[in-house]
Structures are given as C-alpha cells and as structure tokens.
Design a protein around this ligand. Structure first.
Ligand code: SAM
Ligand code: SF4
Length: 360
C-alpha cells in the first residue's frame, strides 16, 4: 500500500488513491486535511461567502426514499411561504450584506409553480438593484424552465446527483419515470449548457454505499467539471423507507468524519470550485459547519426562512437552528466563522472561481 503522504504529492488521483485517502486515520487523516486547507488558502483565500437560505415550500411531488418531506409522508404540515415573505427574507439578506440567496423547495413541475419562481426571481433582482446573487435548488425541470429562470436572474443551480452509482441511486429512489438517474444527468447537462454555475453533490453514509462509490462520486464531479458542490452526511428520518436500514449505517460520527474527508479530497481534486458546508453537518456536531470551513469548504447557508416554517422543512432528524429568527442566526454565524479562521466576504456574490476561469 502507498503512503498517504506520497499519494498527496500526485498531480492526479486514481480511484484507489481516493479510497485510501477516504479511509485515512490519525496522522494520515491530518495530512489530508492539511493539504486541503493549504490548497483552499492558495486558490480561494480565507473568504467565506453567505447564501441566505429560503426554504420556500416543503410540498414535493417526489418520493425519494431518504427524505422527510417526501410526498407520501403525511406526518407533518405542508407549507408554502407567501411571495411577500420571500421578498421580505430577500430584503433582509440584501440589507445584511449577505451578497447571495439560495431558494430551495420540494420539487414541483407545474406551470403555476415555475411561473411563480420566475416572477419571484425578477422581483428579488429588482428589490436588490441587481446586487443579490441567486442560487436555486428546485429539482428536475425542463430545459425551457431552466432557461426562463436563468433569464429571470438565477445564475447558479444546485442539483445533487445523490449518488453517481446508478444502481445505488435506484436503490434509494422508487423505480419509476419520476425518479430516473438518466433524467437527473440530462438535467445537469442542460443546466451547464444554459450557462448556470452548476453544482451537484451526494449524500455520505447511505445504506449500501461503499468507499468505492464515494471515490467514484469524486471522479464523477471532476469529469463532469462541476463549478460547485453541496454534499453532506445522510441522516436517517424515521418516516422514510430507508429508516428500515438504520442498523446497517455507520455511526453518525463516522458519517460526519467521512463527509469532512470527502470535502477535503474534493478540494484537493477540484481546487477552485465552491464547496458548501452543509447544514446537515451541524445536525451531528454543533461545530460541524465550522470544521468543514477549516478544511476546504468556502460557502455557508444561514437559514433565513421565517422561523415558524423551519420545523416543517424536516429532511432529516435533529435539524439545527429551527428555533432562531434570521437575525439571531446571523450573529451566531459571524462569531463561528471567525473561530474557523475565515473571514466573511460581505456584499459579494462569491461566484465559483472555477466557472470564471473556464470562461476566460
Ligand atoms: N427538492 C430538491 C432536490 O431534491 O433537488 C431540492 C431540495 S432537497 C430537500 C435538497 C437535498 O436534501 C437533496 O438533494 C438531498 O441530498 C438532501 N436530503 C434529503 N433527505 C436527506 C437526509 N435524510 N439526509 C441528508 N440529506 C438529505
Ligand atoms: Fe422531494 Fe427533493 Fe426530498 Fe426528493 S429530496 S423528496 S425531490 S424534496
């Protein structure tokens, strides 16, 4: 077996190299983190950019086996934030110099929904004098819808592939046309063609998932040449079909640690992309997001959804900060980011350097 220190010197990693890095422990693990930190500092510096997160609605037409807000879960209240509340949250982000927003929701393909989003995007651009950058994460849509939203002002899109292994993808989704691996890939391609900064990601610690799958996920992101990544630990939800496999999962702390290693290895492989520090990390470790910022992540998504809705956007158990209003959340994050040795890039879009360099 090769030494981790030798692997880290290589210009290109093989799948086996990545598996070994992901399995690294003790001093070797520290070497991986130190290398990722060094690369982050060299390539993007120590600025962390904010995306004020608006969880627009928990109504979803899909039935992903892992997700607490899946269509078939009847154990909680569905909500749809009013347009007025969305614009109020956007105004808050603008005034607080967040620089950017993320709008996320369950997946709805209706014309009513897609028109509503288009209008909201235009209104957010207008109220912020075009100053707020907008990322959206609104699932699979037709290329026409993606184009309309792009023209209306969204310029970054996050659509997780969830797993790049088709077999594993099919195990964690119902087997029907509404949950197709091929369509997910097609959507990612069309987002890229339209000109979005395109982000994807995976869940880490899923049942049936192997280290080899995760290494393939990193290679998939490299080969697809993504601009941004949002990936986090899988956290089982009791009202979902995957809960049945809870005894087969690795312990939460291990899923947490493996997520940090995935972030670090991805940072080494894709030096100048944007990597988000997933909220799910904080559900496991109160300092989880800060730990990720230390070793490679550079984006954080403070929740600016009005407090009363946050409990109902329950993708997984133990979701953090559901009882804080946006103002409290911001004060707490400022301090946390300073602790992680980073600074906040106020009032900036914080676009993917990778995307910008590709365009040159
Ligand atoms: N509906 C859109 C979609 O699926 O792309 C956007 C919102 S969806 C809730 C955002 C992400 O939440 C998914 O891509 C998935 O990776 C993540 N997620 C859902 N259930 C999860 C769980 N139990 N543990 C960790 N992440 C989860
Ligand atoms: Fe819906 Fe997204 Fe959850 Fe799947 S992951 S059930 S598409 S909200």
């Amino acid at each position: 077996m090769q030494k981790v220190s030798e692997i880290l010197q290589k210009p290109i990693f093989s799948k086996e190299d990545i598996v070994q890095l992901l399995k690294s422990e003790n001093n070797d693990r520290q070497l991986v983190f130190a290398k990722a930190k060094e690369i982050k500092e060299q390539e993007i510096g120590n600025l962390v950019h904010f995306r004020g997160l608006i969880e627009l609605s928990n109504i979803c037409s899909k039935d992903c086996y892992y997700c607490g807000i899946r269509k078939s879960n009847k154990n909680f209240a569905r909500y749809n934030i009013s347009d007025e509340q969305v614009l109020k949250a956007a105004e808050f982000a603008y005034k607080e110099n967040y620089g950017s927003l993320v709008i996320q929701a369950g997946e709805i393909e209706s014309e009513k929904f897609t028109n509503r989003i288009e209008k909201l995007l235009q209104q957010i651009k207008k109220l912020s004098n075009n100053k707020l950058g907008i990322t959206i994460s609104l699932g699979e849509q037709t290329p026409e819808v993606y184009k309309n939203w792009f023209d209306a002002g969204a310029h970054r899109f996050l659509l997780r592939i969830e797993s790049s292994n088709k077999e594993l993808f099919e195990k964690i989704h119902p087997k029907n046309r509404n949950h197709s691996f091929e369509r997910r890939l097609e959507c990612l391609k069309s987002l890229k063609e339209i000109g979005y900064q395109t982000g994807t990601g995976v869940m880490i610690g899923l049942p049936f998932q192997t280290y080899e799958d995760l290494a393939d996920d990193i290679l998939f992101m490299r080969d697809f040449d993504i601009d941004m990544c949002g990936m986090g630990p899988f956290i089982e939800h009791p009202d979902t079909p995957l809960f049945e496999f809870k005894d087969q999962l690795m312990p939460l702390e291990k899923r947490f640690d493996l997520t940090l290693k995935m972030i670090a290895v991805l940072r080494i492989v894709m030096k100048d992309i944007n990597i988000a520090s997933a909220t799910a990390l904080q559900a496991i470790d109160p300092m989880g997001r800060e730990k990720a910022l230390k070793i490679g992540a550079n984006i954080i998504m403070p929740n600016i959804t009005p407090e009363k809705y946050r409990d109902d956007y329950s993708l997984y158990t133990n979701k953090p900060c559901t009882d804080e209003e946006p103002e409290q959340c911001k004060g707490c994050l400022d301090a946390r980011i300073a602790i992680s040795g980073n600074e906040i890039g106020c009032n900036e879009w914080g676009d993917s350097k990778h995307f910008k360099r590709k365009k040159l």
